[in-house]
Design a protein around this ligand. Sequence first.
Ligand SMILES: [Zn+2]
Ligand SMILES: [Zn+2]
Length: 367
Amino acid sequence: MRGIIYDGTAASLVDDLEVRAPGPREVIVAVKAAGLCHSDISYMHGLYPVPSPGVCGHEGAGVVAEVGSAVSHVAPGDHVVISTLFSCGFCKACADGHPTLCRKSIGNATQPFTRNGEQLWNFAATSAFAERTIVGDMQCVKIDPAIPLTSAAVVGCGVVTGMGAVFNRATVTRGQRAMVIGVGGVGLNCIQALKVQGASTIIAVDTVPEKEALARQFGATHFLDGRRPDIIDAVVEICPPDGLPNRGFFNAGGVDWAFDCVAHPAVTETALECLDWGGTVVVIGVAAQTAEFKGRYVRLTQIDRGIIGCRAGTYAPHRDIPHILDLYQRGEVLLDELVTATFPVERWEDAVHKLEAGEVARGVLTF
Ligand SMILES: [Zn+2]
Ligand SMILES: [Zn+2]
């Protein structure tokens, strides 16, 4: 079968991959569509601290091809979103509905693929860039077959990461003001989840001004060019310090929530400076393991500000994916519009170039 592998030096499309038979709680999915996200490119460039050679891809949707003996919630022929999150299902974190905190949810590298007798690793417990992949039963979320698989493909990671940060990690209430820094596949989903939650002001910030139209289509009420040196003042102009003549000693005015989808030290610091009293920065982006940020203590104390991290939208696949698809089918959030380009898997290099150039919101590979 075909698949995109990373051999430790470079990525390539091959046609002689094989995948082993499923264990009792595993499922073989015939992948029909797979999202390409920056994490995939990092892996293809050897920047991800996981083993190779391996089969790339971590966002997919497809049709169940084969199930293990103990799998009962899906059957061959079912359409599924593959969730990249693998969890045990039994620990305290899983029982509490926080599987992103399950100790088993990190480091699920196994070697289920072979090529010419050589064993290949999976990537992010998913390996969606293969015609058939193998995942844990809890990673398969059954969906309505009427939903286009190209749209469903991006839900299992990018969409749920952005929306989940708003729905699960933050506690956004009606009428609050928010900013989203980084209008990519994750940021657009923060924006549309904020709209669903009833945020009154949603400021999108990006260094690519051409993203304004897309940001507004997804619900942004304002757009600011992230290169502006006066970006903090611009945010406060939109969200003034009601009741005070100026920001004062404790930096009144600004947003209640700042979603940092970039995770660059300067961006996180700017986000902190843009908070109103009681505001919180939610860091979603993935930074280098050793990257650091700095900020002033006075921004946190006295006025109850905070900085929190969020992994993959703090999501629970079987709670959040059906919720998001329900919002989509009722027309409350956009998914089809998120996928601005599809590429047959043979054109995967085009998809990589277009994502790196910022020319696509989400590109999806099809099999
Ligand atoms: Zn667990
Ligand atoms: Zn991803």
